[in-house]
Write a protein that binds this ligand. Structure first.
Ligand SMILES: [Zn+2]
Length: 329
C-alpha cells in the first residue's frame, strides 16, 4: 500500500495533522480506529500512520530512509498487515493470533512494531476480542491501526479503547477539483458530478469510472425508470439487460434515484450523505413513501449479497417487480 499517496489526498490532511500534533506532544496512542467509507483512501492513511511511526528520519515519513524503503517494497519486518483472505468472509482467528504474536516480538529495527488491519469489520467477535489484552496492556512502541467503515459492528470493548479518527467525505467541489487533476480520464471538473453521485461522493471510487459512460448510463436508467413507472416495459427483459451490463453501477444509480424520490416525497433536499440517516418510523409515512423505503431496504439487501453467487437476473426481476409496485402506488 502506497503510504506516500496519502499526501496527494487533501481530505486526509486534517487527520495527518492530528497525528503529527499527537506525536509532537508525546501522545501518539497505541491503538487507532480509522472510520471511513470506501473510496476515501483510508488505507493510504493507515499505512501513512504506520510509516510515520516507523520512519527513521526527520520530516517523517520521508519515503527515503531504510525503513521507508522497506515499507515501499512491502517488506518491513516490523509491520504486519491483516486483511480478509480473498476466498473468506471473515478475518480468521489464526490471522489475529499471528498479528498479536508479532506485536509482542522485539522490534527488528529498534523502533515501533506496527499492526494494520484493513477492513476490520471482517473481524468476528472472537477475533476482535483477542485484541483486548493488547489494547489494555500495550507494550512499549507498539501501534495497532484498525480501518473500518463507520457502520462497523466491532465490540464496544475494542472500539472504545482506540483513538477514533473519522475520514470525512470531501465537499463535492473539493472532490471535483481533485478528480479533474488526478483521475486518468481527462474530463472537465463539472462532468464528474454523475460519477461522484454513483460513488457516494468518494473521489477514489469515482476516479475508476468513465464520466462519459456514466452519463450515458444515467440517461438510459432514467428512461428505464420512466417506462417501469408507466408499466410499459418487460421486466424480465430489463432484468436480463441489467444483469449483463454493469449491474453494480445500475444498482448504485437506482439507490440514489430512489433516495431522491424519498427526499422529494418528504419535502427535504436531496443529499448523498443523509441517505443512511433517513430512517423514520414506518407508521408516520404515507403509503407511497413507505413503499419506496421498503424498496430501498430491498435494494440495499440486494447490493450487500450481490457478490455471493445468487441468481442475479431472477433477483433483479423480483426487485424490479417490487419497484414497479412501489412506484405505482
Ligand atoms: Zn523514512
Amino acid at each position: 500500500m502506497d503510504f506516500l499517496a496519502a499526501d496527494s489526498l487533501p481530505w486526509l490532511g486534517e487527520s495527518q495533522e492530528r497525528i503529527r500534533r499527537a506525536a509532537a506532544a508525546g501522545r501518539l496512542p497505541h491503538s487507532m480506529l480509522l472510520l471511513s467509507a470506501a473510496g476515501l483512501g483510508a488505507e493510504n492513511l493507515g499505512h501513512w500512520i504506520a510509516a510515520f511511526a516507523l520512519c527513521e528520519s526527520a520530516g517523517r515519513p520521508c519515503g527515503a530512509c531504510p525503513s521507508c524503503l522497506l515499507l515501499r517494497a512491502d517488506n518491513h519486518p516490523d509491520l504486519n498487515v491483516l486483511r480478509v483472505d480473498e476466498d473468506a468472509r471473515q478475518i480468521k482467528v489464526d490471522q489475529v493470533r499471528g498479528l498479536i504474536e508479532s506485536l509482542e516480538l522485539k522490534s527488528y529495527r529498534g523502533g515501533y512494531k506496527v499492526g494494520v488491519i484493513e477492513g476490520a469489520e471482517a473481524l468476528n467477535a472472537n477475533g476482535a476480542n483477542a485484541f483486548l489484552k493488547t489494547l489494555e496492556e500495550p507494550t512499549q512502541n507498539t501501534l495497532l491501526i484498525m480501518i473500518a467503515t463507520p457502520s462497523h459492528r466491532l465490540p464496544a470493548t475494542i472500539a472504545s479503547r482506540c483513538l477514533r479518527i473519522g475520514v470525512r467525505t470531501p465537499s463535492p467541489e473539493a472532490a471535483r477539483s481533485w478528480l479533474s487533476t488526478h483521475a486518468s480520464s481527462a474530463a472537465p471538473a463539472a462532468s464528474w458530478d454523475s460519477a461522484l453521485m454513483l460513488a457516494g461522493g468518494a473521489p477514489l471510487l469515482a476516479a475508476q469510472l468513465d464520466p462519459q459512460r456514466v452519463r450515458t448510463l444515467d440517461e438510459e436508467m432514467r428512461a428505464s425508470m420512466e417506462r417501469l413507472t408507466a408499466n410499459s416495459v418487460d421486466v424480465t427483459v430489463l432484468a436480463e439487460h441489467w444483469a449483463k451490463s454493469d449491474p453494480a453501477l445500475r444498482l448504485a444509480w437506482l439507490e440514489n434515484w430512489i433516495t431522491g424520490r424519498v427526499y422529494a416525497g418528504l419535502g427535504i433536499a436531496d443529499s448523498v450523505e443523509t441517505a443512511e440517516r433517513t430512517r423514520l418510523p414506518a407508521a408516520l409515512l404515507k403509503p407511497k413513501i413507505r413503499g419506496l423505503f421498503e424498496l430501498l431496504d430491498a435494494l440495499r439487501e440486494f447490493r450487500r449479497f450481490a457478490s455471493t453467487g445468487m441468481n442475479q437476473q431472477l433477483a433483479l426481476e423480483a426487485l424490479l417487480l417490487g419497484g414497479r409496485a412501489a412506484l405505482a402506488k
